[in-house]
Design a protein around this ligand. Structure first.
Ligand code: PGA
Ligand code: ZN
Length: 391
């Protein structure tokens, strides 16, 4: 029997919200796993808990451990079938992750090696300047200004992004008269500048990194457009202007070209597959990425494929509450040449399993942030995997 006992409890995430941790005892030792919590959540995401966290904790603590006896990673499907509808997405994720860690321990391998034997590094995307729902002033409207060092050496990429983070701070200090060195939910710098001004700063950061260190970094943005889209007027509401769909498309396309962006996440609201398709066609060289649009959901990904809406997809296992379904999304995306970006959430825990999943699934990118202990443990785990793989 893999599991001797299972125990669930409440845990506070980096934003102080209640989430869940699952602890599994095995004959080889104890493993634990926890689930994060998003704030700019898609309306099509699964519910984190059935009623509340206490309810799910009670259900898990009353489980007969024989239900959890898995021999292969895909066996978690039986656990899922037994518990579907009885616990929420966060609880299912924490439970499945804990079981896979237990299985890896039993088999004497790393968690990521349950999925593949071949190590393939990922590129880093780090949130350096932030806005939207993750920032106290909810400004600028775009949620994340991301940097991606143009290297697949993960240890090097982490170091470069640390430099990016500190250069961004000094440039914000210089150009934003109201900058106070404040960090948002993901520890990205908060600023009072507007979207285009922040992109100007990002561009300067890119130039400085090249000049000082000879390194190339690309810029990306997560617009998280649903968070400032007004459904009644069908307009994107900015501080000084309201944009209709076509105007939003033109605005975003102009910025993407002007700043030669690598990456563009959720440029339109979460129902606008057609708008995404227009942008993807206009911006052939840029990754047009679905997050709230696709919510790690196979059916929504199929729709996006049919409509040619995206060239990249965010994978967040707790959006769907199943590691099996998340893996299905990864495989389907790959078969259609869609880049896979495995992502943390804004409210995070010290969980590192997401790093193993990204490597195990052969993701193209990870979006784990840059600073703060919840983000740093994941980056450290990537470096540890890279070192052990002998790279
Ligand atoms: P969330 O946002 O974790 O707050 O949902 C992250 C994102 O939109 O990528
Ligand atoms: Zn997003």
């Amino acid at each position: 029997m893999l599991v001797r006992s299972v125990y669930a409890k409440k845990l506070k995430n980096s934003r102080g919200e209640e989430t869940i941790e699952v602890i599994v005892k095995t004959e080889k030792g104890v493993v634990n796993a926890s689930a994060p919590f998003g704030k700019s959540r898609g309306i099509h995401e699964a519910n984190a808990f059935v009623e509340n966290v206490e309810h799910d904790v009670r259900i898990i603590n009353a489980l007969d451990v024989r239900v959890l006896d898995i021999k292969h990673r895909l066996d978690i499907i039986y656990v899922e079938k037994k518990l579907r509808g009885k616990i929420g997405a966060n609880s299912m994720l924490a439970l499945q992750l804990a079981l896979l860690k237990a299985l890896a321990k039993k088999q004497g391998c790393e968690l990521w090696q349950l999925f593949t034997r071949r190590f393939k590094p990922v590129r880093m995307l780090g949130n350096v300047i932030g806005g939207g729902m993750h920032s106290s002033a909810r400004k600028p409207e775009f949620q994340e200004f991301l940097f991606s060092p143009r290297t697949r050496h993960m240890g090097k990429a982490v170091l470069i992004n640390k430099k990016v983070y500190s250069i961004a701070r000094s440039l914000l200090k210089k150009y934003d008269p109201r900058f106070k060195g404040k960090k948002n939910d993901e520890n990205a710098w908060e600023t009072t500048l507007n979207n285009e001004q922040v992109l100007e700063i990002a561009n300067l950061v890119r130039e400085k990194v090249k000049e000082r260190y000879g390194e190339n970094v690309d810029i990306g943005i997560d617009i998280a457009a649903s968070t400032f889209y007004d459904k009644r007027s069908k307009k994107y509401v900015y501080e000084n202007v309201k944009l209709r769909k076509q105007e939003q498309i033109n605005f975003v396309a102009r910025l993407a070209k002007k700043f030669s962006l690598l990456y563009l996440e959720d440029p339109l609201h979460e129902e606008d597959f057609d708008g995404f398709a227009i942008l993807r066609k206009k911006l052939k060289k840029i990754l047009v990425v679905g997050d709230d649009l696709t919510v790690t959901n196979t059916e929504r990904l199929k729709k996006a494929i049919k409509k040619k809406a995206i060239s990249g997809i965010i994978v967040k296992p707790n959006q769907i509450g199943s590691l099996i379904a998340s893996e299905e999304v990864v495989e389907l995306a790959k078969r259609h040449g869609i880049a896979v970006i495995v992502s943390h959430r804004s409210g995070e825990t010290l969980e590192t399993g997401i790093a193993d999943l990204a490597i195990g699934w052969h993701a193209d990118f990870v979006k784990f942030g840059v600073a703060g202990k919840e983000r740093e443990v994941k980056l450290k785990r990537l470096i540890e995997i890279e070192k052990k793989a002998g790279v």
